[in-house]
Write a protein that binds this ligand. Structure first.
Ligand code: CP
Length: 313
């Protein structure tokens, strides 16, 4: 067991051993999810609050379900119906949730660093569920978990991340995780969304999609983050698809055992042709399923969990 942290704020500050500890723990929790009794008492009596200040389907629901599977009490905080609308600060909101006995606050926020700020002002655990364009650590962990499941390991594999890298927290967290675990990471997309500066953290950068796909064992597609782009980074959706989309024609030229990943939500006919999303070599829904086990593992570990518990009666 290589875990002593109270929070999960990013992947950048983790080492490979800590990442592997989360993945190993998630494997045990995935096995629990395949039993008749899918719950364990690991967080019985604890309170998890999902503080989502940005929209989410997959992350919020899987954190909620993960907390339930751990037997925690769960509260979903809805920003639109909260006192944030009356001008309450994130700090004061966090302190208020702590005064109501929160043990873990799971936070998604449009501001980079919001979970880090919260972790400095509350005593409970904070888990980052996505902060602006900075990081989305549990997404990278569930992506990596899925890669291990499909390929055995990522060490030495060629992994292409294709799309909007500049504004993507998923890309940043994946890059940190994959670099630490020994994968060869290629980034591809329009030059406005994939600057060469990423070469400085050990990635290959190319703006030629055929070159990026030719030797890929795994292709991880990202949607265009319209909500974060200050200016239009390419002329039209049609042009994006023809130059950088994973079309059926490009898919046919991939290595025969290459898998296609996407964190969701997908934009069919833009970054991915619809048929590919349904293809047996697409792992999009496996990723969603694996998010549950990964989030159970993260909440178990930040709560001080050491010995994997038996399921409750
Ligand atoms: N992948 C992801 O974070 O999806 P949601 O925005 O639906 O949570």
């Amino acid at each position: 067991m290589n875990w002593t942290r109270k929070h999960l704020l990013d992947i950048e500050s983790l080492d490979a051993g800590e990442i592997r500890t989360i993945l190993d723990t998630a494997r045990a929790f995935k096995a629990v999810g395949e039993r008749t009794i899918k719950k364990v008492p690991a967080l019985r009596g604890r309170t998890v609050i999902n503080l989502f200040v940005e929209p989410s389907t997959r992350t919020r629901i899987s954190f909620e379900l993960a907390a339930m599977r751990l037997n925690a009490d769960v509260i979903n905080f809805t920003a639109e119906a909260s006192s944030l609308k009356k001008g309450e600060t994130l700090r004061d909101t966090g302190k208020t949730l702590e005064a109501l006995s929160a043990d873990i606050i799971v936070v998604r926020h449009s501001a980079e660093g919001a979970p880090h700020l919260l972790s400095r002002v509350v005593d409970c655990s904070v888990v980052n569920a996505g902060d602006g364009a900075h990081e989305h650590p549990t997404q990278a962990l569930l992506d990596t978990f899925t890669m291990f499941e499909k390929k055995g390991d990522v060490n030495g594999l060629n992994i292409t991340i294709l799309g909007d890298i500049l504004y993507s927290r998923v890309a940043r967290s994946n890059i940190w995780a994959l670099n630490k675990l020994g994968a060869n990471v290629t980034l591809c997309g329009p030059p406005t969304l994939v600057p060469r500066i990423f070469e400085q953290i050990g990635c290959r950068v190319t703006h030629n999609v055929d070159e990026a796909l030719a030797d890929a064992d795994i292709v991880n597609l990202l949607r265009i983050q319209h909500e974060r782009q200050r200016l239009s980074a390419f002329p039209s959706i049609g042009e994006y698809r023809s130059l950088f989309g994973l079309t059926n024609e490009r898919f046919a030229r991939l290595k025969p055992d290459a898998i296609v990943m996407h964190p969701g939500p997908i934009n069919r006919g833009v970054e991915i042709d619809s048929e590919i999303a349904e293809h047996p070599r697409s792992t999009i829904l496996d990723q969603v399923t694996n998010g549950l086990a990964v989030r159970m593992a993260v909440m178990f570990l930040v709560s001080g969990g050491k010995t994997f518990p038996e399921p409750s009666e």
